[in-house]
Design a protein around this ligand. Structure first.
Ligand SMILES: *Cc1c(COP(=O)(O)O)cnc(C)c1O
Length: 228
């Protein structure tokens, strides 16, 4: 059985080591991705001291929100436009803003400003959602009139079968893009944050400047896999 307290202790140590390597002296928030675990295990994570929870489907998010109070909620998956209404006023961060139609719907449905990460497909892998890196700045500039959207940062996922050097290059490219956007000093897009790194690559991500890491399997496990 997964002991979340023990996992967290190890992860916190790795995070501290990686921060020391990073040249950016950033704060790092660990998000527990609870999409593949039960409510009981999610509560175990909260008891271990995790405050930030990540879900990638509206149903999973709503089910956990009915039972848990006081968490900071991160929506990390592709969000269908027709499901925006279900989630947008109960999350603190959206990590997957990747198209204008989604931004328009958020702007229409949100009652308050939503902190969004623009998702970028740095590696160009077909299977991944996200904007091409070359389109990201134009996209962000096009959000200027949407007063319910704040671009707090950029998000990416590294390719699945990449080696360490390829993964590092992806994260480094996203860091550079984030600095380019921040330098524009757009009032609606401070773009100081970087959401990158999962169970298998979060230390590399932090070394390259990540401020939010999204950790599922290594922290809370994956109950559907464990049952096999
Ligand atoms: C599932 C998921 C994660 C966590 O993945 P692990 O490898 O289990 O840590 C992170 N980010 C996104 C977008 C995910 O869908």
């Amino acid at each position: 059985m997964t002991k979340i307290v023990d996992n967290l202790k190890q992860i916190n140590q790795q995070v501290a080591d990686a921060k020391r390597v990073s040249q950016f002296q950033q704060d790092v928030t660990v998000i527990a991705v609870t999409k593949a675990v039960s409510l009981a295990r999610t509560q175990e994570a909260l008891e271990a001291g995790i405050l930030d929870l990540g879900e990638n489907r509206p149903e999973g998010l709503v089910a956990k929100q009915q039972e848990i109070t006081g968490a900071t909620w991160h929506y990390i998956g592709t969000l269908q436009t027709r499901k925006v209404r279900q989630v947008i006023n109960s999350i603190h961060y959206l990590h997957s803003l990747d198209r204008l139609s989604l931004a328009t719907e958020i702007n229409k449905r949100a009652e308050q400003r939503v902190k969004c990460f623009v998702q970028v497909n740095v590696s160009g892998e077909d299977s991944k959602h996200g904007l091409a890196a070359a389109e990201a700045i134009d996209f962000i500039e096009s959000l200027a009139t949407m007063d319910k959207i704040e671009v707090v940062g950029l998000m990416t996922m590294a390719p699945l079968d990449a080696d360490e050097q390829q993964i590092r290059t992806v994260f480094r490219d996203l860091k550079q893009l984030q600095q380019q956007v921040a330098a524009l000093q757009l009032p609606f897009a401070p773009c100081k944050e970087l959401s990158m790194g999962m169970s298998n690559d979060y230390t590399i991500a932090i070394e390259e400047g990540a401020t939010y890491v999204r950790i599922g399997t290594a922290l809370v496990g994956n109950e559907s896999e464990e049952a096999k």
